[in-house]
Design a protein around this ligand. Structure first.
Ligand code: AMP
Length: 296
């Protein structure tokens, strides 16, 4: 495994792999503090590619002024051990100076898909994501790029960016990896106190309960599903709901509250963002309601 810190070293390392015929190239962008969710992306990348590139970069552009950029957890040594164990061939760890040597005057911005959910609570966040991912795609020129459905809106936004701008890369969406008790893995879980950690289980539990109520035929409309979601989450005293929404996926369009879930054309997303103290957690479930037998 090669660790590179400059764009020039990265291009050299990639050129060497391409000349050796080690293609296709798979790319896993991350912000580090790696866990089993990131590991699953590396493994998927390894199955589909001959060269696996991972980047570790905490991107200041996608953090708001009052967000956790400076306190975001970092542990390079542990990240490198995980990357090596999971088969990364090249790990790119640029500094902020390398990525942004001068104030950025060019941004990539996807409209419409970025105004709701996390886009509404974190203004400018997705512009930061699409800009840095575009830069990384230009540097790595991967055949495949792997992203977790944990950040489902990010997947929808990046797919649209790639389609709109004819980028020559396939976005591969990978399933959400959870702890045994259901909590979706996140680098930010380390911020949680023991009590918050235990109450945070309400995210995955509310998603499961809504799914179960649908399967039992107890919930059939968008509004009923939303009500149940909110009531389950609100039963946790530390939970402060940022959003609990049901939208089409990947179009992220609102569904009429009174409409039957089964009226949705294709997949829908149940998307949650909930704060516990200073920590904001997200979780979601993407599925086709027509595959839930009791809804049709
Ligand atoms: P991050 O380091 O948080 O920016 O995440 C890097 C990539 O890992 C993104 O594509 C995330 O969606 C993905 N990821 C983070 N957590 C999980 C998880 N629990 N399961 C699957 N993918 C994840």
């Amino acid at each position: 495994m090669r660790v590179v810190r400059t764009i020039e070293q990265l291009r050299e390392a990639l050129e060497y792999m391409r000349q050796g015929g080690h293609t296709p190239i798979g790319f896993v962008p991350t912000m580090g503090y790696l866990h089993e969710g990131h590991a699953s992306l590396l493994r998927r990348a390894g199955e589909m590619s001959s060269t696996v590139v991972m980047s570790i970069f905490v991107n200041p552009l996608q953090f708001g002024p009052n967000e956790d950029f400076s306190s975001y957890p970092r542990d390079e040594q542990r990240d490198l051990e995980l990357a090596e164990r999971e088969g990364a061939d090249i790990v790119f760890i640029p500094g902020v100076e390398e990525m942004y040597p001068q104030p950025i005057r060019t941004q990539v911005s996807v409209s419409s898909l970025t105004t709701q959910l996390c886009g509404a609570s974190r203004p400018g966040h997705f512009d930061g994501v699409t800009t840095v991912v575009s830069k990384l795609f230009n540097m790595v020129q991967p055949d495949y790029a792997f992203f977790g459905l944990k950040d489902a809106q990010q997947v929808a936004v990046l797919r649209r960016m790639v389609a709109d701008l004819n980028m020559n890369v396939e976005i591969v969406a990978c399933p959400i990896i959870r702890e045994g008790d259901g909590l979706a893995l996140s680098s930010r879980n380390v911020y949680l106190s023991a009590e918050e950690r235990s109450q945070a289980l309400v995210l995955s539990r509310s998603l499961r309960e809504v799914r179960q109520a649908m399967e039992e035929g107890k919930v059939r409309t968008v509004e009923d599903a939303r009500k149940l979601l909110v009531s389950v989450i609100s039963a946790s005293p530390l939970a402060v709901i940022d959003y609990a929404e049901i939208l089409t996926f990947p179009g992220l369009e609102t569904l009429d509250g009174a409409s039957l879930l089964s009226d949705a054309d294709g997949e829908i997303i149940i998307a949650l963002a909930v704060k516990f103290g200073r920590t904001r957690l997200i979780d979601n479930n993407v599925f086709n309601p027509k595959e839930v037998a009791t809804l049709v």
